[in-house]
Design a protein around this ligand. Structure first.
Ligand code: ADP
Ligand code: ZN
Ligand code: ZN
Length: 740
């Protein structure tokens, strides 16, 4: 008779503790171990959780505990390093362990499904074929045989689509012509070596030599202008690992995962390429996840996993290197729930596994640059474009006192025409989709505003409506001003649709292609729209940030940026950094091959000092100036921040909650004698009302990360205990990257 034991289970609920359960009746302790999933009764629901601990001292009387409903796994599905990463997330981001562990699973496993890949029936020709004479009276079987001779192995579902019935297939199996197998229907992209490595230039070679000279954990920052050959270095750096049949993980921004990117990896190696991106459905994601986790060195076939932020949690038993391309990109930061930063998590994972990690960017984040300059990361710089291309020239066009129509300065029409005449392409960048950002009445100054948000509604023409980009609410376009009944209401400012129609009117024989979230909603729409661009026809592309990453447009030699500098005047202290990154990213689309490119910034603020630093010096010079500012103000990366956000449908509630929290923080600060903490707030969020919720913020900052985290760790329990605000939602954002 063994003594009774209990299971501590982590469940994805916003309560910072583990929950004790009895095991299933008559089950043996040996069935249980940390990391196994279980289903448990929780209130009136059944939830999936993870066993974290098996023990004999329950927190409450055993009589009050319930047994688990079911044990889902016989062995842990997560490798130890990923499971530990979940614990690290919980500690570092101060979030309940259950919520952090739940992040690690594909949705279907979170919902309690079995960890099985989809199997489907596949038919292929038997290696030795019987005498075809026996098929004389079976013409359809002959058809199928001929079809498979031309097409190799085929899934049953595809054969059915091609007009063959399962009876025909079965007939051929019974006669010994076909082989029938149940196989994992998820197939990786089969890479095939068709391209050889390029001969590196001196800077590239130095960087690669440096990476190759180290083994074990080391972070490398490649700070290289667009087109300087960073990707070529990644390719050569991962080559030896793939030759040893290992795995490499490549993280890319949400919109950087283009077919072009994938192709470059697939054409270089005899390795499997797995894509983990947001367009996979839950089943595909589970299959890809399982395939990565089942990778074996015995296969002698390397595996490249390319994915967006959450791919950092993929089980990778033979992981040898991590690469983060466009390291500075905002999409690596999760902006709800557990607000983790994929880049920072990746560095932690590399450290745990004692493997190298390469962070690359044309416009490094100030955090990484600081680590590079201080020697924490190995800093590698590429200052020249690789191959024959030269960097685009940055020009500033002051439009004060200039004629501007539909958002575009008239003086730019001639350079556009000249570019088209040279059979080259033009890219017009405007980071606003829709026709115009504002609908307004000149008679009474009325503006179409969202009722749910402190924001203007965007005017769309295709189809015609008013749309709030913050809460997605839609309205019909009024014919008259709702305030003064004037008929003169008009569009103000310009978005992609407006520039598209203006340019199409001005250049009637030229194709104008609009790329934004609206025009690329359907699967493959982006590729279809971009076909003429890739075919090299003279054309004008009008688009948003979607164009700024991962795309390679060899024929674009003129880039025009409209309204990019509005970010210079934002309340966010990171706005300058982000805006400069965007400008360079977009400018980098120009002149990527032999023709020199020009990038024009159309602006009303042409004498902004930062703009000049960017033009006359470089992004690097600007970054150093910004780092100086941050240092003086003790802002990140020289200081550390935690942002408490709260929101509520009712006005003032969130703010009152944070007032209460602020009192608690003050008491603790006093008791702990921590004068070096700085607190600001509660303050209304920059957009106080959003999607019908009133939002408030409280900042806590310190010069020392340990001090800040210790403090948060101490006060957190009390914040959870604050009573009387059950309608308020709140959350912690550790190392926030924006204040929205
Ligand atoms: P990045 O990733 O820094 O933007 P890429 O690796 O995509 O740069 O390189 C830009 C272009 O230059 C690509 O067309 C690439 O094939 C080419 N390239 C890169 N390295 C070399 C090299 N050493 N010699 C010739 N061409 C190169
Ligand atoms: Zn009016
Ligand atoms: Zn809204």
């Amino acid at each position: 008779m063994t003594s009774p034991f209990y299971l501590s289970v982590a469940i994805a609920v916003p309560i910072p503790k583990l929950f004790d359960y009895h095991p299933q009746p008559d089950s043996d302790m040996s069935h249980y171990q940390a990391g196994l999933r279980v289903t448990v009764p929780f209130g009136s629901r059944e939830l999936t959780g993870v066993i974290v601990n098996i023990h004999q001292n329950p927190q409450i009387s055993p009589a009050k505990l319930k047994p688990i409903n079911a044990l889902l796994d016989t062995k842990p599905l997560l490798p130890l390093d990923v499971y530990q990463l979940g614990h690290w997330l919980s500690e570092y981001y101060h979030q309940p362990l259950g919520e952090c562990l739940s992040l690690l699973w594909p949705v279907l496993l979170r919902k309690g499904e079995q960890a099985l890949g989809s199997k489907q029936t596949q038919y292929s020709l038997c290696p030795t074929q019987p005498d075809p004479g026996v098929l004389k009276r079976a013409p359809r079987q002959v058809d199928l045989l001929n079809y498979l001779l031309l097409n190799d192995a085929q899934w049953q579902k595809d054969l059915v689509k091609a007009g063959f019935t399962p009876t025909i297939m079965q007939g051929l199996v019974e006669k010994g012509f076909l082989d029938k197998q149940e196989r994992n229907s998820f197939q990786p992209i089969k890479g095939e070596r068709s391209q050889t490595p390029l001969t590196l230039n001196t800077e590239q070679q130095q960087a690669l030599t440096c990476i190759e000279s180290r083994s074990g954990f080391k972070s490398f920052l490649i700070d290289g202008i667009t087109g300087s050959g960073k990707t070529e270095i990644y390719l050569q750096a991962i080559a030896p690992h793939l030759e040893h049949g290992k795995q490499v993980l490549i993280l890319v921004p949400e919109i950087g995962l283009t077919p072009q990117t994938v192709q470059r990896f697939a054409q270089r190696f005899d390795a499997d390429v797995l894509l983990l991106h947001s367009k996979l459905n839950d089943r595909e994601r589970l299959n890809a996840w399982l395939m990565a986790g089942e990778h074996s060195l015995k296969s002698h076939r390397g595996q490249i996993v390319i994915g967006t932020r959450s791919a950092i949690f993929t089980p990778l038993p033979n992981l040898a290197m991590i690469i983060i391309d466009e390291e500075h990109d905002q999409s690596f930061k999760q902006q709800d729930g557990v607000r983790y930063h994929g880049r920072d998590v990746a560095v932690v994972r590399a450290k745990t596994l004692n493997i190298p990690i390469i962070l690359g960017s044309a416009t490094p984040s100030l955090e990484c640059l600081h680590n590079g300059l201080s020697g924490k990361y190995q800093y590698l710089r590429l200052t020249q474009r690789a191959g024959n291309a030269t960097s685009p020239e940055l020009q500033i066009l002051n439009i004060k006192n200039q004629a501007v129509h539909h958002g575009l300065a008239d003086s730019l029409l001639k350079p556009i025409q000249d570019t088209l005449d040279k059979h080259q392409q033009v890219l017009v960048f405007v980071n606003r989709r829709g026709y115009a950002p504002t609908l307004y009445c000149p008679d009474c100054a009325w503006i179409a505003e969202c009722r749910q948000c402190d924001a203007k509604m965007t005017l769309h023409q295709k189809p015609a409506h008013l749309h709030c980009h913050h809460c997605d609410s839609k309205l019909n376009i009024p014919r008259q001003c709702p305030e003064c009944l004037s008929h003169k209401i008009q569009a103000m400012g310009a978005g992609t649709e407006r520039l598209e129609s203006h340019l199409q009117y001005k250049f009637q024989s030229t194709q104008v292609i609009r790329i934004d979230r609206d025009s690329t909603q359907n699967k493959n729409a982006m590729e279809t729209l971009l076909k003429p661009v890739h075919d090299g026809e003279p054309c004008i592309i009008v688009g948003t940030q979607m164009l700024a990453k991962g795309h390679h447009f060899p024929k674009v030699t003129l880039v025009i940026m409209i309204n990019v500098d509005s970010g210079f005047f934002s309340a966010d202290y990171r706005a300058m950094e982000k805006t400069a990154q965007l400008i360079l990213q977009v400018a980098g689309r120009a002149g990527r091959e032999k023709d020199k490119g020009v990038a024009v910034i159309q602006t009303e603020f042409s004498d902004h000092p930062m703009l000049h630093l960017l033009k006359e010096e470089s992004f690097h010079a600007l970054s150093l100036a910004l780092l100086d500012e941050r240092k003086n103000q003790h802002l990140p990366p020289y200081g550390f921040q935690v942002l408490l956000r709260a929101d509520c449908h009712q006005p003032k509630e969130a703010e009152m909650f944070l007032h209460r929290v602020r009192q608690l923080l003050n008491q603790h600060q006093h008791a702990l004698n921590m004068p070096n903490l700085n607190m600001i707030g509660p303050l209304p969020a920059p957009m106080e009302l959003r999607a019908g919720r009133f939002r408030s913020q409280l900042w806590v900052a310190a010069h020392n990360r340990k001090v800040l985290h210790h403090f948060i760790g101490v006060v957190l329990k009390d914040i959870y205990e604050v009573k009387g605000f059950h309608k308020v939602r709140w959350g912690l954002d550790v190392d926030p990257t924006d204040n929205m």
